[in-house]
Design a protein around this ligand. Sequence first.
Ligand code: CP
Length: 338
Amino acid sequence: MNFAGSHILSIDQFQREDILKIFATADIMAPYALRKSQTRVLEGAILGNMFFESSTRTRISFGAAFNLLGGEVRETSGFSSSAIVKGESLQDTARVLSGYSDIICMRHPTEGSVADFASASRVPVINGGDGHNEHPTQALLDLYTIQSELRAQGRSLDTLRIAMIGDLKFGRTVHSLVRLLCLFTPARIVLVSPAELSMPAELVEALRSAGHDVFETDNLNQGISEVDIVYSTRIQEERFPSAEEADLYRGNFRLNQAVYTANCEPNTVIMHPLPRDSRAEANELDSDLDDNPNLAIFRQTDNGVLVRMALFALIFDVAHLVERYASDLPWRSTRRGL
Ligand code: CP
């Protein structure tokens, strides 16, 4: 695809070579994300960060990624601080905000809303999550992390075995990850969920059509054995008709060190798009895993900055100029390693 000036709305718009280009561009962002150097390649550009649904990682990492490329960020969070509460349409909002920004990242609780917004925007729009539909940049950072974790173990995506666990019905991160895996070498994919929260049938069919071996089960212990990656997800309570219905499934698939030791292979990597629900009634990824070196959840969040920097650089067609606009930093980062 031609990235320059493009919206990023769905994984379906990519070919495999596009993903490899994003990952190669993400690799060159490491010195800037690690504060070893700085680049001003997007100096003068403005990102409009429009998050109409709660977010910590996606909103802040989009902003940090844009800042790290030298650009500035303007934000709005929630509907209450937007004129949408006065009845303004998404399209009018897009017409206005795209006059103030050079690119917009947006999250919205309704499926398809980011695409609607993009259709009226005068600048590129990146989907930061639209209802239970898609979260394409999360899938990109997830696959980038999977590749990096496997490489560290001397393995590759070509022999991938992955289990996705939890709310596969409403979880937009796994919907986008499944679409992304359809572009890659056939893998063994285990889908672990209660039957009521299973992966949408069309996505399971897409995996099978792409040649993947897909197994569906509601048995956590069975599902997490013989895989390289365990990808846990949160019960998406905000998408359920009521909290009581979400409570029926909360805490059904708890992964802790004892469960991991009893069922996983020694090097199985643990991932989660986060936030993990750490409340006692859920505790889907126990804090006793925090010292497990295979817990990759914070390497995953760090990788989000690299991948989002890469997307900005490609959309603005400046990836080849990043180093030319680089300079030494007058300060040294005091950030400790994970
Ligand atoms: N993974 C993710 O989308 O996290 P946030 O909701 O914090 O952005």
